[in-house]
Design a protein around this ligand. Structure first.
Ligand SMILES: [Zn+2]
Length: 313
């Protein structure tokens, strides 16, 4: 029998980290009032319009504690009814999830899946860990919880170095970041879909892992922040270095649909991407999607990608 031709699938996923999470990373006091819900109340509507204009399905990684706000649940119900996938981004988005007890990890995964189902009617099949950090213990929990796929491994030395630098700067300035660093061995994990082994950075028989996208060669980050910081031309240059990969797993964040005019001035000094205007970011993302589509990529949800690659073994 002829081997199946390699598919060209692209999945755009969006982690719905609320603004509070960014204030936490930078060790800033929590935001108050409407600002605390700006990702759900402002960014999601823009995101939905963008997905419709590009005719792409999205996978939305939901932090379950955000659903305590009933308006947020209604927004997600609407998005799910329009064909977008809801996936699990833990209950509280603890950056140190992997350092907590197994019972706590279990609660963060299972309680989140149940809460998302209770509030939206959708049982999430996929999981992404806060801060891209997983361990073998967390993989055990995912397996026990019946998670269909994971998308947390980010084998990206440049991201790791940038995060280490940023955390050093935050400590130097006398603040405390909630973020923690990954083990450098993860940086050598496979860059294409695989079944999680033990250790999780090796191939095995476990749940399907869909690694966050890096480029060929240098393994540069191919995520929302790196594309917008690279500018229009830079983003297309990075895109050339992922074209040909069987899956382009493009990870964005809700905050990518906001800019300084949405009340985020407190973050401006800490995150250079906040200074890029929303119009420019939309232009960059649209350009990348058009280039991928022109190169033969079909746009799918991550659960569909997991099924396609899981079936291929
Ligand atoms: Zn997150």
């Amino acid at each position: 029998m002829m081997p199946l031709p390699a598919p060209r699938l692209c999945a755009v996923s969006v982690d719905l980290d609320e603004i509070t999470n960014y204030f936490d990373i930078h060790g800033l006091p929590p935001p108050s009032g409407d600002l605390a819900h700006v990702v759900y109340q402002v960014a999601l509507e823009r995101l939905e319009a963008f997905a419709a204009s590009q005719n792409i399905p999205l996978t939305l990684f939901v932090i379950a504690s955000d659903l305590a706000h009933s308006k947020n649940s209604q927004i997600l119900q609407r998005l799910a009814s329009r064909g977008h996938e809801l996936a699990n981004h833990s209950f509280d988005h603890f950056y140190d999830l992997t350092r907590r007890s197994k019972e706590e990890m279990k609660a963060q995964v299972i309680d989140a899946a149940e809460a998302i189902e209770r509030h939206t009617g959708v049982r999430p099949g996929g999981f992404r860990a806060p801060g891209y950090l997983i361990t073998d213990e967390l993989v055990d929990v995912l397996r026990e919880a019946g998670v269909k796929y994971d998308s947390s491994v980010f084998p990206c030395p440049a991201y790791h170095a940038a995060k280490a630098l940023a955390m050093g700067r935050i400590r130097f300035q006398g603040r405390e970041s909630r973020s923690i660093l990954d083990h450098p061995r993860t940086l050598r994990a496979p860059t294409r879909p695989y079944r999680l082994g033990r250790p999780f950075r090796c191939r095995g028989q476990g749940p399907v892992e869909l690694p966050i996208q890096v480029t060929r060669g240098l393994r540069l980050p191919y995520i929302g922040t790196s594309l917008t910081l690279a500018g229009e031309k830079g983003a297309l240059w990075l895109t050339r270095m992922v074209i040909g990969e069987p899956l382009v797993n493009l990870e964005l964040h809700g905050i990518d649909w906001l800019d300084r005019f949405d009340g985020l001035s407190a973050l401006e000094g800490h995150q250079p991407d906040i200074r890029i205007s929303l119009d420019r970011k939309l232009l960059i993302f649209a350009g990348v999607i058009q280039r991928l589509r022109a190169s033969g990529y079909a746009f799918v949800r991550l659960d569909e990608a997991a099924e396609a690659f899981g079936a291929r073994g």
